[in-house]
Design a protein around this ligand. Structure first.
Ligand SMILES: Cc1cc2nc3c(=O)[nH]c(=O)nc-3n(C[C@H](O)[C@H](O)[C@H](O)COP(=O)(O)OP(=O)(O)OC[C@H]3O[C@@H](n4cnc5c(N)ncnc54)[C@H](O)[C@@H]3O)c2cc1C
Length: 413
């Protein structure tokens, strides 16, 4: 394997050779595990200060760049490694165990990459962008939340304004994770001033295309290192920067499924880290009590059980997405859309209850911030999961679809 070298300005100087692309063999890539582990170790080393200072995880993101993890899903023809979503969710899970914010940043970036890969339709501007994502390891941020609209992603206020082939956009982007650190922002927008709020497009603006005026700070309970501040985004570019597919299609086929699966993997990682800590606590307590298992052990068992349920649910949803991903009709079906939305709701609820059980297993030792068994950060971070596109909103949106879905008549359906 060729040596990776990163200069002080974080720009990547390595050109891949053939040995760097073991992904296409269909089995687990030989060097991917090592590359992931090195990023995870750096994320873990810095997690305390990232959380305490609500700072962007510079070191871990630089390491992910150095290991070329930002462009792995891009097809090899354009400089990537042709990795699948299952590789990416595994990375999200591993990072989630070490640093929730780094994991969520990685997940959000990959959701945007997935949208580009599936919906660029061989346009020259996007081919160039995909090549740059790999060669320069560009970090993509996402802007869907706007004004007072909260998590209503399928509705945009600000329209794309056109002047010949030039476009402009000004939107009150109330939450953009790592907006100030990104190399590009991928944003939803109303197609035009006379389009309805749900007639949306997805546009990529490169850093040189926009200015960000601060609107809101990000001083939150958890996920502090995502630096999800609010900005007025003022951007201009070329109409070629609008993805050719309508957002409705991008949302159904890629944005919602990939977001729910990658976010869920991050939350699963947080839950797994909390369970590992509870296990450590129970073992430690038993060792110091002549092998007597502490009374909180039942909570650990419960945490372990809900983690298993969570992982099983996530693996099954991932499999269903991979099976359906080349079938547009299957992806658009009520059954699939209900399943993928419920995955987000269920995994987030299970992740919270898993961390709560781990916390109760550790008792006061878990409650303390100065203890090696502290659960506080996991709990604060995982509490973002039910509100990140609020579960109430999702459940209300799929209520009628759920009424129309048949109840399976066999366990094997
Ligand atoms: C860590 C983190 C990172 C984020 N990063 C980004 C980012 O990079 N880019 C971005 O654009 N956004 C981002 N977001 C924002 C996210 O996408 C949602 O917009 C946001 O979580 C919605 O929050 P909200 O509670 O204000 O809005 P809402 O979803 O509007 O919810 C507000 C309240 O209304 C209730 N509610 C809403 N609809 C219904 C309904 N139909 N039925 C019943 N009750 C309802 C909810 O229960 C909730 O109490 C991020 C959020 C988090 C937590």
């Amino acid at each position: 394997m060729a040596v990776l070298r990163v200069d002080r300005s974080d720009s990547f100087t390595h050109q891949p050779d053939v040995d760097d692309h073991p992904m296409d063999s269909g089995s687990a890539p030989v060097d991917l595990k090592i590359r992931i582990e090195s990023v995870v170790a750096i994320a873990a080393d810095n997690v305390a200060s990232v959380d305490r200072d609500a700072r962007f995880p510079e070191e871990a993101v630089a390491a992910a760049r150095a290991q070329r993890l930002l462009g792995i899903m891009v097809p090899r023809d354009f400089g990537g490694e042709g990795a699948g979503l299952s590789d990416v969710v595994d990375i999200c899970y591993s990072l989630g165990r070490a640093c929730s914010s780094t994991a969520m940043i990685y997940a959000m970036h990959q959701i945007m990459v997935a949208c580009l890969i599936r919906h660029w339709r061989n346009t020259a501007w996007y081919e160039h962008l995909l090549r740059r994502v790999c060669a320069e390891q560009l970090l993509l941020a996402s802007s869907t939340t706007e004004g007072g609209g909260g998590g209503d992603i399928r509705s945009s206020e600000a329209p794309i304004e056109r002047n010949g082939s030039r476009i402009t956009l000004e939107r009150r982007a109330t939450v953009i994770s790592y907006g100030a650190k990104a190399d590009a922002i991928v944003t939803t927008a109303r197609r035009s001033a006379d389009a309805s709020a749900s007639d949306q497009v997805l546009v990529v603006f490169l850093k040189e295309d926009y200015a960000l005026e601060p609107l809101l700070e990000w001083d939150t309970l958890g996920m502090r290192g995502t630096c999800s501040a609010g900005f007025t985004l003022r951007a201009s570019g070329d109409s070629a920067q609008i993805l050719p597919d309508p957002y409705e299609k991008i949302h159904t086929q890629t944005m919602a499924p990939v977001a729910h699966l990658t976010w869920a993997s991050v939350w699963a990682g947080i839950a797994a880290a909390a369970v590992a800590r509870a296990q450590f606590f129970i073992r430690h307590s038993a060792r110091h009590a002549n092998g007597q298992i502490p009374p909180g052990a039942a909570h650990f068992t419960r945490a372990n059980a809900s983690l298993r349920t969570l992982r099983g649910l996530l693996a099954s949803s991932l499999r269903r997405y991979e099976e359906a991903s080349h079938d547009e009709e299957a992806l658009a079906s009520l059954d699939f859309q209900t399943m993928i939305n419920l995955t987000k709701v269920e995994v987030s609820e299970l992740a919270v209850s898993t961390v709560m059980s781990a916390f109760r297993a550790c008792g006061l030792s878990g409650y303390r911030n100065d203890s090696e068994f502290a659960i506080g950060r996991y709990l604060r971070d995982v509490l973002s999961s039910p509100i990140m596109i609020n579960n109430d909103r999702i459940l209300a949106n799929i209520a009628s679809a759920s009424l129309m879905s048949a109840i399976p008549s066999s366990l094997r359906d």
